[in-house]
Ligand binder design. Structure first.
Ligand code: CP
Length: 319
């Protein structure tokens, strides 16, 4: 069992499938009247958020409560971080307060790795998104959603071999894209990344992907899912495209592109969405959109990750 979840790049195919299978068990529990498991009773987990979040923070909290853990929610805003307290001193404080696991979101790439490597605290660390580096639980919930839609009831034990996923948009700033590229590769899927030249990172030529700048051409191939990414304006200090209209016309899932899309192609987005920029509302709210399934599945995947790492087993008791 893995001691921490820091990235999907270092997650083996076997470990990833085990986490997805355990998430299947959690989904079954999630449909019972009593959704709770006593698995983490007596454990205290801190959600340490140095960056804003809606989906990730809330779904981690729901997952922790379903596993009967005690939950501490820490937001840098409103904490002593605003008085200048260092990352190290914050962690030492949490250690003395007695936490058994840390879920961390941080604007600096590598902050979860630092926490896992230093001796400030010796508990499992789960990366909930670090800078432009990785967002592993997002990629796992995306894979869970894809596997469920592609393989249905026969999902257990399977990867995504032969599936074709197109990831579109602000790849440069996207930790979601990076985590998905590695995880989809481990699971056997083919990935095409589409973006303006300015929004493709320099190192992407070494990733296991096909790079395209032409969305219409990419969408003319058979595609199992198109994953639209948020334009991360808050991370853009330069102008990466002329204006919102040109971005939408070139790289958005517009009304016209959605109308031409195969009805079998799944529409995905990690959220939050910029409706009208990278995705039109018709596509986001359509029957082939699995965006809300992604949100719901996030709870099962995060339960699986916390359960597996903190108990050291992937076997879920069904009592
Ligand atoms: N997908 C995602 O990370 O959303 P939040 O920023 O709302 O957590």
């Amino acid at each position: 069992m893995i001691p921490h979840l820091l990235s999907t790049r270092d997650l083996s195919r076997e470990s990833a499938i085990s986490l997805l299978d355990t998430a299947e068990d959690m989904a079954i529990l999630g449909h019972r009247d009593n959704k709770k498991l006593p698995a983490l009773r007596g454990k205290t987990i801190v959600n340490l958020f140095y960056e804003d979040s809606t989906r990730t923070r809330i779904s981690f909290e729901v997952a922790q409560k379903r596993l009967s853990a005690d939950v501490i929610n820490f937001s840098a805003k409103g904490s002593s971080v605003s008085k200048g307290e260092s990352f190290k001193d914050t962690i030492l404080t949490l250690r003395e307060l007695g936490v058994d696991g840390v879920v961390i979101r941080h604007p600096s790439s590598g902050a979860p790795q630092l926490l896992a490597e230093r001796d400030w605290i010796d508990v499992p660390v789960v990366n909930a998104g670090d800078g432009t580096h990785e967002h592993p639980t997002q990629a796992l919930l995306d894979a869970f959603t894809l596997r469920k839609n592609i393989h249905g009831a026969d999902s257990r034990g399977r990867g995504l071999d032969g599936a074709h996923v197109i990831i579109v948009g602000d790849i440069l700033h996207s930790r979601v894209a990076r985590s998905n590229v590695w995880l989809l590769e481990h699971l056997g899927a083919r990935v095409t990344v589409v973006a303006p030249v300015t929004l493709i990172p320099a190192g992407a030529s070494r990733w296991p992907i096909t790079i395209s700048h032409d969305l219409d051409s990419a969408l003319s191939q058979p595609v199992d899912a198109v994953m639209m990414l948020r334009v991360q304006s808050e991370r853009m200090r330069d102008a990466y495209f002329p204006n919102a209209h040109e971005y939408s016309q070139g790289w958005g899932l517009t009304e016209e592109r959605f109308a031409a899309l195969s009805p079998q192609t799944l529409v995905m987005h990690p959220g939050p969405m910029n409706r009208g920029l990278e995705i039109c509302s018709t596509a986001a709210d359509s029957a082939q959109s699995v965006i809300l399934q992604q949100v719901a599945n996030g709870v099962f995947v995060r339960m699986s990750v916390l359960y597996s790492i903190l108990t050291g087993t992937s076997e879920v008791p069904h009592e």
